[in-house]
Ligand binder design. Structure first.
Ligand code: DQA
Length: 145
């Protein structure tokens, strides 16, 4: 079975109680459970990883090819706007990545309008809440078919 790596960046462990007017009330566990449902139907295996540490995210992306992943779904959270290291890690591996955001980053503060990660990804889904993850995973499943 194909394996997809789902990466959640900093502060996404706080979903459910974090700025609910922006990010909604779904917890990270409930988002992961929803993605598991889609994965089961589609015959792919998901591995979830959440970290508040840039280097840990760089490390797991860097070994994603060797670890047998066929695609990555990543919400880089605040690192979207700052991390050359995560962008370079995605560019360094031949595993296609899909960037997702719960909120529409282009409708928010100006510093969120730039994604350093997007140019290294196949595409980006932004602004659909939990559905951004579902759409992103669906795209990732197609990429590894
Ligand atoms: C986010 C948007 C980022 O700007 C922010 O730093 C996050 C979450 C989103 O999913 O909407 O932590 O990636």
């Amino acid at each position: 079975m194909k394996k997809i790596l789902v990466i959640h960046g900093p502060n996404l462990n706080l979903l459910g109680s974090r700025e609910t007017s922006i990010y909604g009330t779904a917890s990270l566990e409930s988002i992961n459970a929803k993605l598991e449902g889609l994965a089961r139907q589609s015959g792919v295996v998901l591995v979830f990883f959440q970290s508040n540490h840039e280097g840990d995210i760089v490390d797991i992306i860097g070994k994603s090819g060797k670890d047998g992943f066929s695609a990555i779904v990543i919400n880089p959270a605040a690192y979207t706007h700052t991390s050359v290291a995560i962008r370079d890690a995605i560019s360094a591996v031949s595993v296609p990545a899909v960037e997702v955001h719960l909120s529409n980053i282009y409708k928010r503060e100006e510093f969120r309008h730039q994604s350093l990660i997007a140019p290294a990804c196949v595409g980006q889904v932004s602004g659909f809440g939990v559905q951004s993850y579902v759409l992103g995973l669906s795209a990732a499943i197609d990429l590894c078919a």
